[in-house]
Design a protein. Structure first.
Length: 123
C-alpha cells in the first residue's frame, strides 16, 4: 500500500531545509553531516528526491556532485506549520501555546515585554 502524502514537513525535511537556508546550497554529503543521527547518503538522496517532487528543493541539474537549494523561504512554511501545531496540540489556542513556552522556559517575561512593545507599535 502506498504511503499517504505528508501534510506539512517531516522532521527530516525541516532539518534539510534548515541546512539549506543556512548554507544557501549544499551537496548530499554536506546535508547528511548537518542532520542529527546522520542517515545514509542514499536515504538523504531519497528524501531530497521526495522534496524535489513536493517543490521544496531543487537540484542544480548535474548528474554527479549535485547541489541542492531550498525553493521555499522559512516564512512560507512557518505559518502553516504553526497553524497545524496550534490546531493539533493546543486546540487552536495561541494563549495555551504561549503558556507552554513559558512553563518550558523557552519564553521569558522579558521576551513577553519585548513582544508587547512590538505589538503596541503596530497599533
Amino acid at each position: 500500500m502506498a504511503r499517504r502524502p505528508t501534510k506539512g514537513l517531516t522532521d527530516r525535511e525541516a532539518e534539510i531545509l534548515a541546512c539549506l537556508w543556512e548554507t544557501g546550497e549544499a551537496s548530499v554529503g554536506e546535508i547528511r553531516q548537518s542532520l542529527t543521527d546522520a542517515p545514509t547518503a542514499s536515504t538523504v538522496r531519497k528524501l531530497l528526491s521526495i522534496m524535489v517532487e513536493r517543490g521544496l528543493v531543487a537540484g542544480d541539474g548535474r548528474k554527479y556532485a549535485r547541489r541542492y537549494r531550498a525553493l521555499k523561504a522559512p516564512g512560507d512554511l512557518q505559518a502553516p506549520a504553526l497553524r497545524r501545531l496550534l490546531d493539533t496540540l493546543f486546540s487552536g489556542s495561541a494563549e495555551d501555546l504561549v503558556e507552554s513556552l513559558l512553563k518550558a522556559g523557552r519564553l521569558t517575561s522579558a521576551d513577553l515585554r519585548r513582544l508587547a512593545r512590538r505589538f503596541s507599535r503596530r497599533g
